[in-house]
Ligand binder design. Structure first.
Ligand code: KIV
Length: 262
């Protein structure tokens, strides 16, 4: 069973962490059998499963339902559940109550979007036995504020702020820092300057692990994909082989390749 201490040992030994999003028991079992280390019940389910155009309409009930479904399929992987929009950011007490529901549904870690200002919530949850994955960089719940899904940390000031965000969460005891759409050089610098493992999506090869949205890496539809997505179904005749190829590619450092980062 993968635990927070397994992840910290993996950072120390340089073993890469393979994470995928997952929303139901059958795919969870296939990912688990393929050796995926961490399954994220992302609020991306709003788009991937529910057909919305953003993650904003997803509710805490939705997250608990899908977390419980995934938990039924898993034997070894760590289960991480996302806080949906408007839940963790209001107050640390509200975040704690929502986290308890997600943990009761089967999560072993919760993921909250937001930078330095969320570090107090990270500390509050970690002190109460709830491991936290702090999601920084392109935080999709901020899509309206960002004016779209854009690479973050491109200016000197923005890069300095992202370093502060990561360090604030790390000092608050975060179990993981997840960076989305951050220039590869900056993600490497952050990975080297925090104690906790980092996971990247569109953040280069030097993070301690990688995550992709399952529907993207299986190329379920032909819709335009982000630069960081690779089609792991290409040349395979079954989905479990695609998951196994993803795990192997993350672990041997062949994914992501330069064409996937910024
Ligand atoms: O909701 C999600 O799937 C995520 C990943 C893209 C990291 O946050």
């Amino acid at each position: 069973m993968i635990t927070v201490s397994t992840l910290h040992k993996m950072k120390a030994t340089g073993d890469k962490i393979a994470m995928l999003t997952c929303y139901d028991a059958t795919f969870a079992a296939a990912m688990d059998a393929a050796g995926v280390d961490m399954l994220l019940i992302g609020d991306s389910l709003g788009m991937a499963v529910q057909g919305h155009t953003s993650t904003l309409p997803v509710t805490l009930d939705d997250m608990c339902y899908h977390t419980a479904c995934v938990a039924r399929g898993v034997k070894n992987a760590m289960i991480v559940a996302d806080f949906p929009f408007g839940v963790a950011q209001q107050s640390k007490e509200q975040a704690y109550q929502a986290a308890c529901r997600l943990m009761a549904a089967g999560a072993a870690m919760v993921k909250a979007e937001g930078g330095e200002f969320m570090a107090e919530t990270t500390a509050f949850l970690e002190q109460r036995g709830i491991p936290v994955c702090a999601h920084i960089g392109l935080t999709p719940q901020w899509v309206n504020a960002f004016g779209g899904y854009k690479v973050q940390g491109k200016t000197e000031d923005a890069a300095a702020q992202l370093i502060k965000d990561a360090k604030a969460h790390d000092n608050a005891g975060a179990s993981i820092v997840l960076m989305e759409c951050v220039p590869a050089d900056l993600a490497r610098q952050i990975t080297q300057s925090v104690h906790c493992p980092t996971i990247g999506i569109g953040a280069g090869k030097d993070c301690d692990g990688q995550v992709l949205v399952m529907h993207d890496m299986l190329w379920v539809t032909d819709s335009k994909k982000a630069r960081f997505v690779k089609n792991f179904m290409a040349g395979k005749d079954n989905i479990q082989a695609a998951f196994a190829d993803y795990v192997q590619s993350v672990k041997n450092g062949t994914f992501p390749a330069q064409e996937h980062w910024f």
